[in-house]
Write a protein that binds this ligand. Structure first.
Ligand code: UDP
Length: 341
């Protein structure tokens, strides 16, 4: 029988790509989103890619009654939880809003999921931000977590711990946390992608918005870091590759192949790329020149972080496949699509 996966926050950047890959793999998907940080563009894009309308529930996971109704209405075998606030700077200014939203929604979800007849599998979208600054690179899942530098980062750590402890205590649930490195790009159809509100914080949307003329100039934050070209190193992971890791993780849970009741996987390429390398690759693959300048370092940035993805490669049977060039071409096609060009 077909299994049903609930994707909370499924109208967002990562959730929409994961929904497409889950449907391609034969799962039924229910999307639930309160639309607080997105419009209907990605939901409509998902339906266009799949050629069908997917069940969509507009709801807030902080509303316990709404979560109960959702589980009563659909036979949910697994949940992938994306519904959360994600802006680092905003979380520093509004910590209570972040703690309330990101923790209460997750607790509600677990409370209801654990009581589901037949149990439930929960996949939490975590982040490499939990590793903080470290000089032991690449990072494995065993690398120690550092204390979080923002309330946002803290909610990722706390939700990981809430999931771990709940799985230990309650027979009804199993859990996986995926720690993403830097997700970039867009679906090859250019029908879904990243839609930051206001000025983008992340590098690739800032690059594409500069290239299309929405922003005047990209600032490269720092060029005297102790790296080969002086700019920071990150592990940029293609959004479709990242989405496929979720399908592998969900299948592992649903097929009873987990080795422990709570598992953690890094989702990255294992390949460090500098800011300048990324900018140069964008220019080259898309045949254009980007207006950029060197600016002061951004407070809080770590010099370098990239994944050791060995565990995900071996245990999930997943590997990042797309090159940075392919990914940057997709990001540019998406920017042109939303600009109507
Ligand atoms: N970055 C930059 N200019 C920007 C945005 C980001 O130079 O306008 C750099 C940032 O300093 C970091 C890298 O790009 O080294 C990735 O930043 P992003 O915010 O995308 O992800 P992070 O790794 O900080 O979560």
């Amino acid at each position: 029988m077909k299994k049903t996966v609930l994707v909370s926050g499924g109208a967002g950047f990562i959730g929409s790509h994961v929904t497409v890959e889950l449907c391609n793999a034969g799962y039924d998907v229910v999307i639930a989103d309160n639309m607080s940080n997105c419009d209907e563009t990605n939901y409509n894009g998902v339906c266009a890619i799949l050629g069908k309308k997917l069940p969509f529930v507009k709801m807030d996971f902080c509303d316990r009654g709404a979560v109960e109704k959702l589980f009563a209405d659909y036979p949910i075998d697994a949940v992938i939880h994306f519904a959360a606030f994600k802006a680092v700077g905003e979380s520093v200014a509004e910590p209570l809003m972040y703690y309330h939203n990101n923790l209460v929604s997750f607790i509600n979800l677990l409370e209801v999921a654990r009581q589901r007849k037949g149990g439930c599998n929960v996949l939490f979208s975590s982040s490499a931000t939990v590793y903080g600054e470290t000089d032991r690179l690449p990072v494995t899942e065993e690398s120690p977590r550092q204390s979080a530098t923002s309330p946002y980062g803290n909610t990722k750590q706390m939700c990981e711990d809430i999931l771990r402890d709940s799985v230990r205590a309650y027979a009804g649930i199993k859990g996986i946390a995926l720690r993403y490195f830097n997700p970039i790009g867009a679906h090859p159809s250019a029908l879904i992608g990243e839609l930051p509100r206001g000025v983008p914080n992340n590098l690739v949307p800032f690059i594409t918005q500069t290239a299309i003329g929405k922003r005047e100039c990209l600032s490269i934050f720092g060029n005297d870091y102790p790296t080969a070209d002086g700019t920071c190193l990150r592990d940029y992971i293609d959004i479709v590759d990242l989405a496929k890791a979720h399908v592998c993780a969900v299948a592992r849970m649903l097929d009873g192949r987990m080795k422990e009741e709570y598992e953690i996987f890094n989702v990255g390429t294992g390949r460090p790329v500098s800011v300048l390398e990324l900018v140069n690759a964008f220019e080259k693959v898309n045949g254009l020149k980007l207006n950029y300048k060197i600016a002061p370092c951004r407070p809080g940035d770590v010099v370098a972080i990239w994944a050791d993805p060995t565990r995900a490669n071996k245990e999930l049977g997943w590997k990042a496949e797309r090159s940075v060039e392919e990914t940057l071409a997709a990001a540019w096609a998406w920017e042109k699509h939303i600009a109507g060009k």
